[in-house]
Design a protein around this ligand. Sequence first.
Ligand SMILES: [Fe+2]
Length: 348
Amino acid sequence: MKKMLFLLLSFSAFSQNDQIVRGPYLQSMTSESVLIQWRTSSPQSSQVTLVTKGEKKTRVIADTNRVIDHIVKVSGLRPSKSYTYSISPKHQGSFHTKPKAGDPKSVRIWALGDFGYVSPNQKAVINAIKNYTVDKPIDAWIWLGDNAYNNGKEEEYQQHVFDVYQADFFPNLALYPSPGNHDYAGKHDATVPPYFKIFSMPTQGEAGGVASNSESYYSVDYGSLHLISIDTELRDAAGNQVMDGKGDQYDWLAKDLAANRLPFTIVYFHKPPYSKGSHNSDTESDMKNMREKVNPLFEKYNVDLVLAGHSHVYERTKPLRGHFGINDSFDEATQVVATEKAPNQYVD
Ligand SMILES: [Fe+2]
């Protein structure tokens, strides 16, 4: 009888191998856990086999529920540790767990925005990042929105994102995304975009920061970095977007920034406060409002770096303070500040 059961399980694992159509990909990476996700073309049970680097012992995490979208939580991990895993004989990956909050070791973050076109540029960037990181591996991957053109549909995420990055990146990189207007198909209702079904964000403060209780926005303590992912598209139940300077997301952002004690803070989102590229922040109200109503909060809490997408050019400002008006009101003499701040300014 026991022998029979073993044969059946083996058959199940083999058929799963033939039917994996997406993934594996890594979500909600913390210092102790990660979600390993993948999709099968028909309902299957889930199984992850995990090996800690330098150890022979394997761990198997299994779920007998038959599903198409698989999410296996691997917990009991140790910070800054390397692991390898497999979900089938042909589908493996490896990852480093997130360093503990405050770990001073330097980290390398790959920020990518407005990419899912299957364009020559997208392929050129893949080659560039692969060449650049040969001897300098990436620790984590953040997305600045408009991840899958043109409307963030399931098939667009498959063809323009998963099919493009699966071989080199998805199985091995902790990913902390943010959405853009194309992921929302130009709307503002978070119940619609496939983005929220495909990705699993750390909403309970499990990766650090204040619990957001929303997959739209969240924060992550990554070593000495406090990463904050903002959703510029979401409209909350009361009708507020973050750039209104009020509402659920804005209130959470203010609380999260106030609670942060890490030396470096990076905020990332889709619509930039300053741009004269393919979008104009003097005239487009969402960007204008980000600058007028959210930038003061960033400055109050000494955010070190703001990354945004949306405008399809490379632009960077000098370190700024107090420039909340249109381009012509910029005063370099008073609004450009020194590049350095006192380290650990907000460390107790
Ligand atoms: Fe955009």
